[in-house]
Write a protein that binds this ligand. Structure first.
Ligand code: GTP
Ligand code: MG
Length: 273
């Protein structure tokens, strides 16, 4: 038995992966990486200049993985430096600050920048993305709630974690899940499971929740014209209720959206003869 051990160790596959961080300046990308790799937090803001590069070894299940981390600068000024580093990436840590709405809204722009740099053959489908809703320790300033962030991430097939580089909350869990998802993907020949199967809700449900959240009044929420009849209101309500009923819909935010629709209908019917 004993004599077999070294041999088994030699044949175990070692892996090397490349991950990058993306997100607006000051969202906390460098602090998240520092918290995980060095177990510390630096309160003073030291903007990353261009790119910071580091190598770290991590254990994922029985595998030892060498991770090359490219920590990108979020400031637009560094675009020219960043754009070289998108290729051959297996994992992306996409960070926003839960107290800065713009940093959340900028996530689409970051994805677009990456897609543009990778070009039409970039195969972005086979990259693992983890969205970090960071600075959750700053509860007073929070303006992007969990269901909004989770919906954005999960409707794209991305992982989602609530993190604080300051307290360390969520950081280890995030990295462990992130790395093991990358390893699973590599073992699976680089193929992600089909979107619909992995997320459990439809694009229509996700889009409807988003539309409801941003609607300006009860008419708008139900998708009917101001002055609509009782029948029209009830018909619109029934359609939304079927789509969003919490027994049927597991999309983040569906419960709140459903309640909002119920309230909107009640408010409208009160005033319609
Ligand atoms: P760039 O390198 O300019 O793109 O910024 P970055 O995204 O790397 O941000 P960085 O990690 O340097 O953090 C920006 C500021 O936010 C620093 O002052 C950090 O101390 C602070 N910060 C980062 N994460 C957290 C957090 O979880 N909670 C709190 N309270 N502050 C944080
Ligand atoms: Mg940085």
């Amino acid at each position: 038995m004993e004599a077999n051990l070294p041999k088994r160790k030699e044949t175990r596959k070692s892996m090397r992966i490349k991950v990058i961080s993306m997100g607006n300046a000051e969202a906390g990308k460098s602090c998240i990486i520092k918290r995980y790799c060095e177990k510390r937090f630096v309160p003073k803001y030291l903007a990353t200049i261009g790119i910071d590069y580091g190598v770290t070894k991590v254990q994922v299940r029985d595998r030892e993985i060498k991770v090359n981390i490219f920590d990108m600068a979020g400031h637009p000024f560094f675009y020219e430096v960043r754009n070289e580093f998108y290729k051959d990436t297996q994992g992306v840590i996409l960070v926003y600050d839960v107290g800065q709405k713009e940093s959340f809204e900028a996530l689409d722009t970051w994805l677009a920048e990456m897609k543009q740099e990778l070009g039409p053959h970039g195969n972005i489908e086979n990259i693992v993305f983890v969205v970090c809703a960071n600075k959750i320790d700053c509860t007073k300033h929070r303006c992007v709630d969990e269901s909004e962030g989770r919906l954005w991430a999960e409707s794209r097939g991305f992982l989602y974690f609530e993190t604080s580089a300051q307290t360390g909350e969520g950081i280890n869990e995030m990295f462990q899940t992130f790395y093991s998802t990358i390893i699973d993907l590599c073992d699976n020949g680089g193929k992600r499971p089909a979107m619909g199967m992995s997320i459990g809700f439809t694009k229509e449900q996700a889009d409807t929740i988003r539309r409801i959240r941003s609607s300006k009044d009860s008419w708008d929420m139900l998708g009917v014209k101001p002055g609509a009849t009782r029948d029209e209101v009830n018909k619109a309500y029934r359609k939304l209720a079927v789509l969003l009923h919490p027994d049927k819909c597991v999309a983040p935010g569906s419960e709140d959206a459903f309640k909002a629709v119920v309230n909107a209908r009640t408010a409208l019917l009160k005033n319609i003869k």
